[in-house]
Write a protein that binds this ligand. Structure first.
Ligand SMILES: *Cc1c(COP(=O)(O)O)cnc(C)c1O
Length: 376
């Protein structure tokens, strides 16, 4: 049987007629012809409902996550929003205390305007999660693991089992772990979410999002309707670029993970560093759980806390030459950012923290760059 990795490398491998192209064509059509009898022989009506431009990328994603169905969106935030908008008014959502800042703020905004009820649990604390589930009926348990920007780890299997016991749906933002390293649906989660802008596309040139469901449920049909009716659809060219980007997903993620582990281990003893946060290090509180639910690596994301506080951290970021100073993550080029100043007022991120997205450059180049920046 062909492995999912080969299917991904082949971009599904459909050969297009009549020229037998081995690369899929782009489907830019917004609308599709109706036959004289009123039927739709092509099976499509209008691109906002179901564009053939998404078919191959969605099928690759569905297989990568081992799900029943997949949906592409105009961004990761649009994918997450489709879940939030599919909830009944006032539904309760339990989110991790540490998570992607933009989505946390958006959830808080939705809660302040009465669209949902929001409570938080400590990412790694299942006792806290269960206490929260016991106290009030909950519709969604949101998980992000490893979570921005400390890479806290949540035990997906245990959290999803708890959520199910209390009748809640589990959604895992698996952007950082990627389907290469972690399979949330196989661990019992109901929906996997991705900012496809990051590792899935991998080249800092597409903004996209995705959801993959373990089972086709009435809630999933509402999510599907949210895309068609709220209309946060991806452009055909972006879908095509995403499919192309995913063809190298396994190689990119494995390389970035191996480099990140090497960098984390090396920097842990550097005199200018107060702490290295990386789930691949035994010193990280989430290491054991990460080792059990991630396979083949711990991802390409790590954070370093620089001795001397915020100004020292910003000075290190100012000195890099190989790293690009930019937000975002999961691309072929290494990125560095002073996370607290990106998140702004109200951030939970320590001021001395630099977030690193390790790319696929030779690790020696990246490490040497960091060390010269740290040594000043
Ligand atoms: C970037 C990101 C998002 C948001 O995705 P966009 O594609 O920027 O809308 C959500 N979660 C995580 C973990 C991210 O890194």
């Amino acid at each position: 049987m062909t492995s999912v990795e080969t299917l991904t490398v082949h971009g599904l491998g459909r050969v297009a007629e009549p020229y037998r192209d081995i690369v899929p064509p782009i489907h830019p059509a917004s609308t599709f012809e109706r036959a004289a009898d009123g039927s739709y022989p092509g099976g499509r009506l209008y691109a906002r409902d179901a564009s053939p431009a998404y078919d191959d990328a969605e099928e690759v994603l569905r297989q990568l996550e081992g799900g029943a169905d997949a949906l592409l969106f105009a961004s990761g935030m649009a994918a997450a929003s489709a879940v939030l908008h599919a909830l009944e008014p006032g539904a309760r959502l339990l989110a991790p205390r540490d998570m992607y800042w933009g989505l946390r703020k958006w959830m808080q905004d939705r809660a302040e305007h009465g669209h949902l009820t929001l409570a938080f649990y400590d990412n790694a604390d299942l006792v806290d999660l269960e206490r929260q589930l016991q106290s009030t009926p909950t519709q969604i348990v949101w998980i992000e693991t490893p979570a921005n920007p400390t890479w806290d780890v949540t035990d997906i299997a245990a959290a999803a089992a708890l959520a199910r016991r209390y009748g809640a749906t589990t959604v895992v933002d698996s952007t950082v772990a990627t389907p290469v390293l972690s399979q949330p649906l196989a661990l019992g989660a109901d929906i996997a979410m991705h900012s496809a802008t990051k590792y899935l596309n991998g080249h800092s040139d597409v903004v996209a999002g995705a959801l993959v469901t373990r089972e086709d449920t009435p809630f999933w049909q509402r999510v599907r309707a949210m895309r068609a009716l709220a209309g946060a659809v991806l452009g055909p060219f972006e879908a095509w670029l995403l499919l192309r980007g995913m063809r190298t997903l396994h190689l990119r993620v494995r390389t970035a993970s191996a480099s990140a582990l090497h960098i984390a281990r090396t920097l842990e003893t550097h005199p200018s560093i107060a702490q290295v946060l990386y789930p691949g290090l035994p010193s990280h509180p989430g290491h054991a759980v990460a080792a059990s639910q991630m396979h083949g690596g711990f991802g390409g994301m790590l954070s370093i806390r620089v001795k001397g506080g915020g100004s020292a951290a910003r000075a290190v970021a100012a000195r890099v030459k190989v790293f690009k100073r930019a937000t975002s993550l999961g691309s072929v080029e290494s990125l560095i950012e002073h996370r607290a100043s990106v998140e702004g007022p109200g951030t939970r991120c320590p001021d001395d923290l630099l977030r690193l997205s390790v790319g696929i450059e030779p690790v020696a180049d990246v490490l040497e760059d960091l060390i010269q920046a740290l040594d000043g």
